[in-house]
Design a protein around this ligand. Structure first.
Ligand code: F6P
Length: 323
């Protein structure tokens, strides 16, 4: 393998730049040319591709976002779009790809591989941590710490005003961000898509808390929860508890930005090296990940179809710790 391409796709995540850096430097180390594809699959189709050198990735390890930009591409979902993308890569003689992203990215990579057989290895880059085949995804640790920092601040005002705060965190269909935010942020209740937490339960828990002289509460609502958004949950609870002084905070995209934590920089660097060395050793159509401290390669099809269940003990921890 003499030439490879690298791109970031889907939602950006802190640590993507550290991963790009590791990929470029590993390729250079092994005497392989590396091309940066801008704006994910959209840029692949449009030919937004240029050569990267070792110095191209200087001074980016600490930066959030992605220097390659990112996109969620509708055109790549079409056969025509993928054909154009393949032709663009062929023009430059690119023989392998490293895709940094989440399940949408790997769904695209899997179809592309089936159609054109171009070896691709993925690095899990998403704040959601919802990918089978790795204990942690790049960006997750930073996102959780960013959210926790905000929750700590909200607790100050919740406490000062005897209020109930409903705080919505990201995670798409998963509660991976919500759980450590609830445990680490000392929340009284956590609502995640993986388990049913009814409005009645929330109302009862608040009533019990007040009867025990608790004066302020934090309820963490994962954005994908079945009861709806934090705003929906707050208004349903307010109906049952009209005297409750409630506020809603949606943390939103603040969770996606910022300088990656040490854990994310380590993970991104380790997996960036693993992606390139995986391609060199003939691996294809797989995602690199770390499970129980060991480097693992998981077929894309498994990463996109298999669930990574949340340990139910974590929910119980929130209940125990909020007595
Ligand atoms: O996948 C990362 C993520 O931030 C999810 O947590 C969230 O549901 C989604 O992306 C938001 O997407 P967008 O940035 O396109 O609004």
């Amino acid at each position: 393998m003499k030439k490879i391409g690298v791109f970031t796709s889907g939602g950006d995540a802190p640590g993507m730049n550290a991963c790009i850096r590791a990929i470029v430097r590993t390729a250079v180390y092994h005497g392989i040319e590396v091309y940066g594809i801008r704006r994910g699959y959209n840029g692949m189709i449009k030919g937004e591709i240029s050569k990267l050198e070792s110095y191209s990735v200087s001074n980016i390890i600490q930066k959030g976002g992605t220097i390659l930009r990112s996109a969620r591409s509708k055109d790549f979902m079409t056969k025509e779009g993928r054909k154009t993308a393949y032709e663009q890569l062929q023009k430059l003689g690119i023989e392998g790809l490293v895709a940094i992203g989440g399940d949408g990215t790997f769904t695209g990579a899997n179809i592309f591989f089936e159609e054109y057989g171009l070896p691709t290895i993925g690095a899990p880059g998403t704040i959601d941590n919802d990918l089978y085949g790795t204990d942690y995804t790049i960006g997750y640790d930073t996102a959780v710490n960013t959210a926790l920092d905000a929750i700590d601040k909200i607790r100050d005002t919740a406490d000062s005003h005897d209020r109930v705060f409903f705080i919505e965190v990201m995670g798409r269909d998963s509660g991976y961000i919500a759980i450590p935010c609830a445990i680490g942020g000392g929340a009284e209740i956590v609502m995640i898509p993986e388990t049913d937490t009814s409005i009645d339960y929330v109302v009862d828990t608040l009533r019990t808390g007040w009867s025990r002289s608790k004066t302020s509460f934090i309820v963490i609502v994962a954005e994908g929860d079945a009861e709806g958004s934090a705003t929906d949950v707050a208004s349903k609870v307010q109906e049952a508890l009209p005297h409750m002084d409630a506020r809603v905070t949606i943390l939103g995209h603040v969770q996606r930005g910022g300088s990656p934590t040490a854990a994310d920089r380590m993970l991104a660097s380790q997996l960036g090296i693993a992606c390139v060395e995986g391609l060199i050793s003939g691996r294809q159509n797989e995602m690199a990940g770390i499970i129980d401290g060991k480097l693992t390669y998981t077929p894309f099809i498994d990463t996109i179809t298999k669930d990574k269940p949340i340990n139910p003990e974590f929910i119980n921890m929130v209940n125990i710790l909020s007595v």
